[in-house]
Design a protein around this ligand. Sequence first.
Ligand code: FEO
Length: 169
Amino acid sequence: MLSKRMQEVLNEQVKIEAQSSQVYLAMASWAEIQPGIDNITAFFYRHSDEERMHMMKLIHFINDRGGFAVIPALVQPTLTFPSIKHAFNELLNHEIHVSESINKLVDIALQEKDYATHNFLQWYVAEQVEEEALARTLNDKLEMIGDEKSGLYLFDRDILNVSVPGGEE
Ligand code: FEO
């Protein structure tokens, strides 16, 4: 059974994952109307789906452990970006924020002596390491490319084969 505090903070994480899904969905929709970046567009859509899966996992966990998962209201995300680089930079910053939030949850699980939740959260801890690493790599590549159109062409081609971490449960 979840403590009241544990339930509250897990529900806050439901909201963060749902918001993440919206943030990346907005990036995908913006990217879709930019010319020639179909694979970047697909990447953002995949990432949005991935975040929804993170949210669903939490919802089921909360309800399975005798709590009640609350479906949250969301904030409208940023809709447009000055460049692709800006969008990927926001993605990295967003993931850093999510990692901080997961770390806080782990702390609270230990304080509450809730070892089942602590164990459940380890999946998210590992996931965040991979997501941050991927976001950093993509940002580094875009930094190298600068304003070169041919570089962006190759970036878009290569991202076709990049899978968003956490696809398998
Ligand atoms: Fe669910 Fe990208 O954190």
